[in-house]
Design a binder for this molecule. Sequence first.
Ligand SMILES: [Zn+2]
Ligand SMILES: [Zn+2]
Ligand SMILES: [Zn+2]
Length: 399
Amino acid sequence: MPPPSVVKSQSKLADSAAEKTILKASCLCGAPNHEVTLSTSDLPLKGYMCHCTSCRRMTGAQCLTVVFCPEYYQPAQSVLDKMTAYVFTKRITQYFCTTCGCQMLARCLEDGDDPNSTVTWDVATGTLERIEDIVDWQGHEHLQDTLDGGFADFLTEINGKKLERWPAHYGKHEQVPPGWTSTSRSEVEASPSDKLHCTCRCGGVEFYVTRPSARSALAEKYWPESPPLDISNEQLPPESETFYMRDNRTKFLAGLCSCNSCRLAAGVEITTWAFIPAFQITQDKEGKIPWSGDFGTLRKYESSPGCYRYFCSRCGAIVFYDADGREFLKDVAVGLVDAPEGSRAESWFGWRTRRLGYRDDDIPRAESFVLAIEKGLREWEASRPGADLSGGSRSGGAL
Ligand SMILES: [Zn+2]
Ligand SMILES: [Zn+2]
Ligand SMILES: [Zn+2]
């Protein structure tokens, strides 16, 4: 989070005579919907993207996207009563919708050691009905935690304005360039683990994923069983029918989604999902306890008939998405992965860069942001050795 000094620069009191702008803020279920009333002169609000491990684990996304409100904005208690409070640090308490899990607000104490110090609030931008001309994006922080630059490499500038890229707290140390990777990353690349550990921030939801293989291509045929270990007699479906796999079936497909439903379920601008056969997800490291929609602090929310979203009821992280008729496959929130090569987990996932899922949903509220990501994805793909520009052939699930 940016230092309190960033917040201080904004006006302390709303001028009652000043022109007002009302920002509508919503989640997927609508229970704690509210309005943020600001003096128009305080717009645009400065927007920040935090990539720290805690924010990724708490949202399930690649970063938290927030704006800081002027000191005069204080949400009504009746709104907060419909949310669950999660103590993030001694300075910051997060509030997410109890029903659908959407991260909505954060209460920030100016001094974490002084409970009587000034309280300001930040709003998760994914809840805002519009961000075009409302949010002035400043940049990325805590990139050090990503090891690989994470989502920041997909979004380097907006409307020609270069986004700042800070390794730790905003404005501290030297900025890092696009394509930067941590030196602690290369040491672990040589020994990729065969299990991918995933966890939410509070640890209430933890699970493991096994490496993709040719067996993964048979996930649908054998559901709810696992494909046999020896598949030498099996006819594998053509690669075009296993849209959830990439790179000659050595990786799972991962992609960015900007649909309204995902945005309002997470509270962040962009969600990131990996498509993983259910038989490859287990609750334990040994691989004995199979996937279930009900373990740990997981809570299920039916976002539309036959579509299910799962989130942590204690810290609010989005975790899984699945749908009736497609039970063999689970969408896993990529922010939860604990891959030693970094937050994009590129030894596991092949990223879809040719398009942003459901971009037309987001254009009316966030056109500049959407166009910037599309440009960023193209440039990131082109900058990689052995760039694969073929993209996925078919859409799937939440993406
Ligand atoms: Zn809700
Ligand atoms: Zn953070
Ligand atoms: Zn949790």
